[in-house]
Design a protein around this ligand. Structure first.
Ligand code: G3H
Ligand code: 13P
Ligand code: ZN
Length: 309
């Protein structure tokens, strides 16, 4: 099956109340682990690359490796630019065959974000590519106090409606309390499902995206730490909350950190257990296997996208 946009998969997700996993990639083992897992679950999947991932892997390699995975499996796969920082990066990805791009104008004020997003939407749509935009700011753990004390960082549902109407974006990333990385919450995990609900009331037909949605799976953190890592006190979004998000109107759930932990944990384990190992296949095979297992769990047990192609 050729690369697809997210249009059909999002329509199905909104109608049947499940979410599609969007997994960050920057090498062959990640692409294979993710697509093999999605294929086994008979699930649509989104592979996404940030601009720094594209710099690392190089766009031609990424595109061709994703194409190779499409030759092996018959499931809908979208290739998406994650956190596009400017028009030029979005254009580069569109011109290189990505089927979806994100323009992240959340660092700008409302009007500037609208202008930039509109410009990307116009170009992308003329090439048959869909656009994700972002409104509201995701916090880092260091910003958590600000988030707790002020609603300014969360997405305003009324503004979200105006933003989507004025930009024509195809999906919208909103801020409801998640953040990127392995340190999402100091105390208990808390997401503003009330904001999600209000956004869905205003925008019932717009697919909603949740960034910063790794669980920071405790077993994977333990594995990293047991074999020499130092990632103390890491905390993510519990599976139960992600499940609730999936059935409450979130169509795309972004995961990067959990895959980084899986890959690192598996490699650290081999290095400690077999210090004589120096064939990369010896440690990258278990890494790819653990990525696959992690993705399969999310698709099947949390996001609910198995058999939804
Ligand atoms: O949201 C950010 C993603 O985790 C990508 O991170 O820019 O380090 O590739 P990166
Ligand atoms: P995590 O850091 O929680 O995996 O979030 C990834 C993400 O939002 C990519 O855009
Ligand atoms: Zn993100």
């Amino acid at each position: 099956m050729p690369l697809v946009t997210t249009k059909d998969m999002f329509e199905k997700s909104m109608k049947k109340h499940f979410a599609i996993g969007a997994f960050n990639v920057n090498n062959m083992e990640l692409i294979q682990g993710i697509v093999d897992a999605a294929a086994e679950e008979n699930s649509p999947v989104i592979l996404q690359a940030s601009s720094s991932a594209i710099k690392y892997a190089r766009i031609g390699y990424l595109k061709k490796m994703v194409e190779a995975s499409l030759d092996e499996h018959d499931i809908p796969v979208a290739l998406h630019l994650d956190h596009g920082p400017d028009f030029e990066t979005c254009k580069m990805c569109i011109d290189n065959g990505f089927s979806s791009v994100m323009i992240d104008g959340s660092k700008y004020d409302f009007e500037e974000n609208i202008d930039l997003t509109k410009k990307v939407v116009e170009y992308a749509h003329s090439k048959g590519v869909v656009v994700e935009a972002e409104l509201g700011k995701l916090a880092g753990i260091e910003d958590e106090v600000n988030v707790e004390s002020s609603d300014a960082m969360y997405t305003d549902p009324e503004q979200a409606k105006e933003f989507v109407e004025r930009t024509g974006c195809d999906s919208l990333a909103i801020a409801i309390g998640t953040s990127h990385g392995a340190y999402k919450f100091k105390g208990d995990a808390k997401l503003r499902f009330d904001i999600l609900q209000k956004v869905k009331e205003k925008l019932p037909n717009t697919p909603i995206v949740l960034h910063g949605a790794s669980t920071v799976i405790p077993e994977l953190v333990d594995m990293c730490n047991k074999y020499g890592g130092e990632i103390p006190g890491a905390k993510g979004v519990p599976d139960e909350m992600l499940y609730e998000a999936s059935i409450s109107g979130v169509s795309k759930i972004n995961v990067d950190t959990d895959l980084r932990l899986a890959m690192t944990g598996a490699i650290r384990k081999i290095f400690v257990e077999d210090p004589s190992a120096f064939d990369p296949r010896k440690y990258l095979t278990p890494a790819r296997d653990l990525i696959k297992q992690t993705v399969q769990h999310k698709i099947r047990d949390v996001f609910g996208s198995s058999n939804q192609i």
